[in-house]
Write a protein that binds this ligand. Sequence first.
Ligand code: DC
Length: 211
Amino acid sequence: MPKVIAIDGAASSGKSTVSKFLSKKYNSPLLHSGLLYRKISVLAIQNGINIKSKKELLKCIHEIEKANYKNDELYSNKVSLLSSKIATKKYVRDSLIHLQREFPKKYGKGKRFVIIEGRDIGTVVFPKADYKFFFWASADIRAKRRYEQLIKNGEKVGFKGIYRDIIHRDKADLNRKVAPLKPAVNSLLIDTSFLSISAVLKIIERNILIR
Ligand code: DC
């Protein structure tokens, strides 16, 4: 079985970028678990679903396994906010656990590592992951990264609004009752505020290549 690398952390802390680099360098399958929550949100918006209705939301959840993930809307600000809201629901999280746990078995055959990135990977989804990392960065720096990304995607947004949304998502992720965002006890904390991508990669490699 491949070794599981769990990368958790705050929104725009660099998890996604760093895990993409790692995945490429080590030819390792990568799951951005946030995409699952984002896809449910996109389907809910497209189908005009009331997210308070468990029955209707469950219908969207059943669709995500065979859904197409090549969609710019997935990273829009509206979808980011709705996915952090949807992610507070226990039945939503429970229904995604199996799919995430199947990932290494399904895609990791013959591979050295499998990378799973999210909020609760090292704490809930893979509590026995071989390596656990927890990313953080100042809200200012994360908002700047997010703002630049959205502008690049052609969204008309202002920095102040993005900063507010980052704080809002942090609060939702940190304070929810089910699987809140927090470092696993045996994780390595990395503050990416003033680190380049290659510096973060080096820290991770120092850990995953020694044992
Ligand atoms: O990583 P991301 O920004 O794409 O995630 C979108 C939202 O999904 C995030 O605000 C919280 C939620 N999420 C979660 O609760 N648990 C995960 N493992 C991944 C994402």
